[in-house]
Design a protein. Sequence first.
Length: 107
Amino acid sequence: MKTATVSELKARLSEFLVHVRAGSEVLITDRGKPVARLVPISGASRGKESLSVLEKQGLIKIGPGKLPKTFWKVSRAEDREGLVLKALLEERQAGAVAQPAMRKSRV
């Protein structure tokens, strides 16, 4: 939970609202004493707002909506030798090995 003084909140309200929209809470203090808490509104709209924040940050892309009715009827290519599955598993294994190093560099 983030903490902000009244003057910080007034000066950087938009910044704190971004955190609240993403699901965080902000404790507001006045002369060192907690006076209020800024919390996200619960419900379905909160999830959509969180996704919007992530999309604005370029972390995700929100799809256009539902799948076409014919989606599951489209013929798929056969992979008799299992090459696609093999490539997928190799990629996942490589990602699992590389991921901890990426996390350290972001901290």
